[in-house]
Design a protein around this ligand. Structure first.
Ligand code: ZN
Length: 318
């Protein structure tokens, strides 16, 4: 009998992660590609990665559909209204463009919503009716599960937590607002906090290894150095944890989740991220002494959650 599979692509600010999933959502094939810097090349790269995945499947595999997760404001028809971390994609009719290029049913959704779908159906939030899923990558995406359902909002734009302002006098965000949460608590936020700490003279050891070039510091330099006990890197992680906890606690006050799940590329340093949040999060939630503690856990599907969720949505429409 032909095996039914669905394909899912998570379009990130720096890379595409594509998967093929089987009948139970198991990942059969995984594929990566750098994200191009313009919409035409993004469309071409999307069709290329889909054909690359297809080529790795047995010829008998029956493709039910294709799902694509995109960061930003995506409506129910798959139109990209606003994607500040994807160059030139505002206004892109991605659903229409992909449907005209492919022979399969296509579904487009916000990338973090896709991650939340995957974690809710198969991962850390399985059997949990009220959960918040945050994906920490170039920015911060949010997926909200409330009353057992994914919250999508009137237009499909719900969950844009990364652009919730946490400091109205903060630095300018690519979205045009000031002090958005993702400027401090995402992968690029970690780098921003590192540069700030470096300017204050906290990162002498790391800068020594980087030839003194402050702007060459990457998030990984901080997480790796923090694990080896570098005090400057640990200072950056502490500041990062406080910012991350602030946004999480604000949203916990709004949604009263049973569980918070952290996913996205940054959680490759998972335990370090959890440890950085732990000293701040509980006490920032309203009435923390008088309510159950909200557990914070890592995404079980890891970095692939968005791609797997996109594929699961494609199975739903098939
Ligand atoms: Zn913003």
């Amino acid at each position: 009998m032909n095996q039914k599979v669905a394909l899912g692509i998570d379009v990130g600010g720096t890379k595409f992660l594509g998967v093929a999933v089987g009948e139970k959502g198991e990942v059969l094939v995984e594929c990566r590609k750098p994200t191009p810097d313009n919409p035409k090349s993004i469309l071409e790269a999307l069709t290329e990665i889909l054909f690359e995945i297809r080529a790795q499947l047995p010829s008998t595999a029956l493709i039910e559909g294709v799902g694509v997760g995109i960061p930003g404001l995506i409506d129910f028809r798959g139109n990209v209204h606003y994607a500040p971390n994807l160059n030139g994609c505002n206004g892109l009719e991605l659903g229409f463009e992909l449907k005209s290029r492919l022979d399969f049913p296509v579904v487009i959704d916000n990338d973090a919503t896709c991650a939340a779908v995957a974690e809710h159906l198969l991962g850390a939030a399985k059997n949990c009716n009220d959960a918040l899923v945050f994906t920490l990558g170039t920015g911060i995406g949010g997926g909200i599960i409330a009353g057992g359902k994914v919250v999508r909002g009137a237009e499909g734009f719900a969950g844009e937590v990364g652009h919730m302002a946490v400091d109205p006098d903060g630095p300018l965000c690519p979205c045009g607002k000031k002090g958005c949460w993702e400027l401090y608590a995402s992968g690029s936020g970690l780098r921003y906090l590192a540069i700030q700490a470096g300017e204050e003279g906290h990162l002498k050891n790391i800068l020594h290894h980087k030839g003194g070039k402050l702007f060459d510091i990457r998030g990984e330099d901080i997480t790796e150095a923090a694990l080896t006990g570098d005090i400057g890197a640990q200072t950056v992680m502490e500041r990062f944890g406080r910012w991350l906890a602030l946004g999480m606690a604000n949203l916990a006050c709004v949604f009263d989740p049973k569980l918070i799940v952290l996913g996205g590329g940054l959680v490759q340093a998972g335990d370090l991220i959890l440890a950085s949040v732990a000293p701040f999060f509980d006490q920032m939630v309203e009435g923390w002494r008088y309510r159950p503690t909200i557990p914070v856990v890592l995404a079980e599907l890891g970095e692939a959650a968005g791609a797997v969720g996109a594929a699961l949505l494609a199975k739903e429409i098939a």
